[in-house]
Design a protein around this ligand. Structure first.
Ligand code: GCU
Length: 596
């Protein structure tokens, strides 16, 4: 185990034990009583990790003539929260290390309220300090966490410090090399959430997987004990009082009439109101069924071809992480313009604005945790982290009917350790939520020269509801035969999604459509035409997802003119300009809309 790994492991063992790891985040935080702590925070860039030794989180100022401190949060660099640091300062573009964020905020204490600090995401690991005391830690750059601060908040002024570190490590998820920018920072909203003493901590309201007139509701209160909770769906004339059990969990199954189902491109949502003795929370929830039947994917019992596209949580024009409602709107409307009914949110859970807005737009979502290529499947600690990320992802979005797929891996190499690791994730996921399909993307399809078919041998696929394949025919893999002859014989008894295909082109660069190194729009366009032809010869194909909507930043895309730190597989340039291939894909989706 390298020194770095030892350091980080010790770092987090001490953290979680002595200071209390973070809590599972409450759901529907935007539907609660919250105060945003966004804005300019003061920061200290701590390249050599000296800040903890210096106890900078105590934010001391000299009290005597003799005292002095070699740090201050005042009058230094300031960074926007939410936001990655890489795009906010040219000095931090490639920065990997620790940054200390600090800010004051005012709190009002009340004996009948509880207060929580809630973080939408912090990339990649962090420790949280309040008024000089360490209160929590969290690892994982793409899921929310919270910490109760009711008993450490001060009336009036409080000083909050977050120690953020984005250094890659072999036991992290993702690990040492991944094809996207290693953005660091407090990359999503931060808020102070106030709740009654006894509040509605969690709920899961969903349609039965078989009966279209039966809704199941599970409500969890913040304290154990038998209590009444009311659930209302006014438009369905539902008003039911359910009783929680000794654990504080209440369950009900509600027969409904005239329920209009949510479906792609027809986003029917219903107001759901949940009331306990001290707390009332409401949100819009959609009801649908997602199942498989043979080699078809069914939405509400009807086969649907997934016209998908992927995007990273990145605004290329700003060269930074997407984090706002406006960012979500830009990304989703560009996807919608392509003609999609699904988006594969690559390669990690993306922010709640994107998920909620996609749901309102009637776009199916595939969400995944960043088990991306070189993960250390032998490391128990890594499995625990993966389980935490999956649990946090499912917990946050379980009421989002648009989410139809939970993805557990991307391009993992077969091994007993990998199988055991992923089986553990699937088992846990299905125990939390069996109302969605579980999927993983593989890059193991090969051309069998004897059968002259495309085939794949990975028995692990038997554990998945849907199998997905990333295959770059015409880019990483030259054609072994013409696209018209390309017959696939890959998991023939299951629904198959081509979860990635494509090739690079620099917008505005033109050249020979037969020469890959031209990085030309013509080459990319012909590649798309050839792949679309191949799709016609995959009998169990249920969807395709071109890689990728926008050019995106990647530190190992070195070519100085064609790439210069960008992966150019976008259908849109980093400025949002449509390449020729965009029109090929748009045309294909227009036709697919009408033939299932
Ligand atoms: C892989 C991987 C992507 C990557 C892509 C590429 O399939 O899943 O994350 O960006 O290939 O090489 O462009």
């Amino acid at each position: 185990m390298g020194m770095k790994k030892i350091f980080f492991s010790l770092f987090f063992i001490t953290f979680s034990i002595c200071l209390g790891a973070s809590e599972q985040a409450m759901i529907n935080v935007y539907g609660r009583d919250f105060h945003l702590l966004n804005g300019k925070w003061n920061v200290i860039v701590d390249l050599y990790d000296q800040g903890r030794r210096m106890e900078v989180y105590k934010n001391r100022v000299p009290q005597t003539k003799e005292e002095f401190y070699e740090y201050s949060f005042e009058n230094g660099i300031r960074l926007n929260v939410p936001g990655d640091w890489n795009s906010q300062s040219s000095e931090l573009k490639y920065y990997e290390g620790t940054v200390w964020y600090g800010r004051h905020f005012v709190a009002n204490l009340s004996p009948d309220k509880r207060q929580f600090l809630y973080f939408g995401a912090v990339s990649y690991r962090c420790r949280v300090y309040l008024n000089g005391k360490e209160v929590a830690s969290h690892e994982g750059g793409f899921t929310p966490f919270q910490v109760e601060v009711t008993d450490v908040l001060l009336e009036g002024d409080n000083f909050l410090v977050v120690e953020v570190n984005n250094t890659r490590s072999v036991d992290a998820i993702p690990a040492m090399a991944f094809d996207w920018w290693n953005y660091g920072g407090i990359t999503r909203d931060v808020m102070l959430v106030t709740t009654p003493r006894l509040f509605i901590r969690d709920y899961f309201v969903r349609l039965d997987s078989v009966q279209k007139d039966l809704i199941h509701a599970t409500v969890t209160l913040s304290a154990k004990g038998v209590r009444d909770v009311r659930i209302e769906i006014p438009e369905l004339n539902i008003e039911r009082t359910l009783q929680t059990n000794e654990e504080g969990v209440g369950r009900a199954s509600l027969k409904v009439r005239k329920l209009e189902l949510w479906e792609p491109e027809k986003a029917r949502l219903y107001k759901v109101v949940i009331t306990s003795e001290e707390n009332k929370i409401e949100e819009e929830i959609g009801f649908r069924q997602i199942t498989v039947n043979g080699t078809s994917i069914l939405v509400n019992g009807n086969p649907v071809f997934m016209r998908s596209v992927s995007f990273h949580e990145e605004i290329p024009q700003r060269m930074g992480r997407a984090f706002s409602e406006a960012d979500a709107s830009m990304l989703l409307n560009e996807a919608k313009a392509l003609g999609v009914n699904m988006i594969r949110l690559a390669h990690y859970p993306q922010n709640e604005y994107i998920v909620r807005m996609a749901e309102k737009m009637g776009i199916i979502l595939w969400q995944e945790i960043p088990i991306w290529q070189g993960i250390d499947f032998e490391d128990r600690g890594t499995l625990d982290k993966a389980r935490t990320m999956l649990r946090e992802m499912i917990n946050r979005d379980k009421n989002r009917c648009a989410v139809c797929f939970w993805g557990v891996a991307n391009e993992t190499k077969p091994s007993d350790a990998r199988n055991a690791f992923l089986l553990s994730l699937l088992k846990m996921g299905r125990s939390m939520d069996c109302s969605r399909l579980y999927v993983a993307a593989f890059d193991l399809v090969y051309f069998n020269k004897n059968t002259r078919h495309f085939e794949m041998d990975d028995p692990f696929t038997a554990n998945l509801d849907v199998v997905a394949v990333n295959k770059y025919m015409g880019w990483y893999h030259p054609w072994p035969l013409s696209p018209e002859e390309a017959v696939w014989d890959v998991v023939p008894d299951k629904p198959l999604i081509i979860s990635e295909f494509g090739g690079e082109a620099l917008y505005g660069q033109h050249g020979d459509e037969e020469v890959a190194s031209s990085w030309s729009e013509e080459y990319q366009a012909k590649l798309y035409k050839d792949n679309i032809e191949m799709f016609n010869h995959i009998p169990n194909l249920c969807g395709v997802s071109p890689w990728i909507l926008f050019d995106f930043r990647s530190p190992f895309r070195f070519h100085p003119t064609n790439q210069s730190g960008w992966n150019r597989k976008g259908l849109l340039s980093d400025q949002g300009l449509r390449k020729k291939a965009w029109y090929i894909m748009h045309d294909y989706y227009q036709k697919k809309k009408y033939i299932k």
